[in-house]
Design a protein. Structure first.
Length: 369
């Protein structure tokens, strides 16, 4: 057995760092291949709520001596009807002989023939489970000699750590999904957000805000980033963040360019964050003009308010700022038909006027279609 320091450096550190790899734990699998003298290996991760047609996350690794070998195909191995992966007891290392079907000689023969064709003569299987949220399987294979006892001990020793890592990964994936949901909804409305500290540095920016703005490259790694702005605007941003931090300001709009084409609304941060965290002083909100797909919006309004196709089309044109007659001409309707449709729209939506109808549409689900 190697020293504890070597074990931590070669296995535990790749395990911790590998949570942020995509796909996860390629570095860990490479270390396991090196330490167990495996020829090839794969690691698959399946989330419990993944769709039936969604492929699991998969990592394939080969030792340097097997660099020219084809990667192991976990689908082909799974199709051999070996001992099912799911029922494998977590944390226990299984040998290949334990996976073969000795109760059915014909199937056993076909399993062995297929494995030999893939260059799999010896193998070890390990399953870890994240409490029902996710499962992961590691498969190590060799061609000539079986795995040593030390190799099996290494695989067994990493199993509890990998279990903890898998639980962390499952939670991280859930948080990533929450972030993606929020950002997707905001981007459909043309909204981007940033978090600022009291000096005006950007602590975090979503994808839309990051695409709209530029940042100042800094040679030294420091917390946060500076926006690339004109000196006077940059100073105004810093002063506003300091004023919000001291309680002298609460919500302030600032132009981010000399022409006033892009504005940033800075407001006091009211985020509910779990500790430990660095709490931002201010949240900056940007908004660019962006409207939804017209066909999808019309379909949504028709379903929500019971509008006909023509009524929904007219309502959507009105929400774009057109008058009833302009919207009717756009849809090739006569003025009389346009007014008739508008009365039906008001009756079905409960709107009292055109302005009220526009408010109803823009504050509803249609802009998110």
């Amino acid at each position: 057995m190697s020293s504890p320091a070597s074990y931590q450096r070669e296995l535990i550190l790749p395990l911790l760092e590998g949570i942020h790899e995509s796909p996860p734990w390629g570095g860990l699998l490479r270390q396991l291949v090196a330490r167990t003298y495996a020829r090839r290996a794969y690691l698959i991760i399946r989330l419990a709520n993944a769709g039936k047609d969604q492929d699991p996350s998969a990592v394939h690794v080969a030792a340097p001596r097997a660099a020219m070998d084809p990667p192991l195909d976990y689908r082909k191995i799974a199709a051999l009807n070996l001992h099912p992966y799911g029922p494998l007891r977590p944390l226990r290392v299984y040998a290949l002989d334990e996976m073969l079907d000795y109760d059915h000689p014909d199937r056993l023969e076909s399993q062995r023939a297929a494995l030999q064709e893939m260059g799999v003569h010896y193998a070890r299987f390990l399953r870890v489970s994240a409490g029902g949220a996710a499962d992961a399987w590691i498969v190590l294979v060799r061609e000539r000699d079986d795995f040593s006892a030390a190799a099996v001990v290494t695989l067994s020793a990493i199993a509890p750590h990998l279990t903890a890592g898998l639980k962390t990964l499952a939670r991280l994936i859930e948080l990533r999904l929450q972030v993606a949901l929020a950002q997707s909804a905001l981007q459909r409305l043309g909204i981007g957000q940033m978090a600022f500290d009291e000096t005006g540095r950007v602590m975090a920016a979503d994808a839309h805000a990051g695409a709209l703005l530029s940042f100042v490259p800094e040679p030294e790694p420091v917390p946060g980033r500076r926006l690339a702005l004109m000196p006077a605007i940059s100073q105004a941003l810093e002063n506003t963040c300091a004023a919000i931090a001291s309680g002298r300001a609460d919500s302030v709009p600032l132009p981010l360019d000399a022409h006033g084409g892009l504005w940033l609304l800075l407001r006091k941060a009211d985020l509910d964050l779990e500790q430990p965290c660095a709490v931002p002083v201010a949240v900056g909100v940007l908004r660019t003009y962006k409207r939804e797909d017209a066909a999808k919006a019309r379909q949504a309004m028709a379903m929500i308010y019971g509008l006909s196709r023509n009524e929904a089309s007219l309502a959507h044109q009105l929400s774009l700022g057109e008058t009833i007659l302009e919207a009717g001409r756009h849809l090739r309707l006569t003025p009389q038909t346009s007014r008739s449709y508008s009365k039906r729209i008001y009756a079905k939506t409960g709107a009292s006027s055109q302005a009220d109808l526009v408010r109803l549409i823009l504050s509803g689900l249609a802009p998110l279609s």
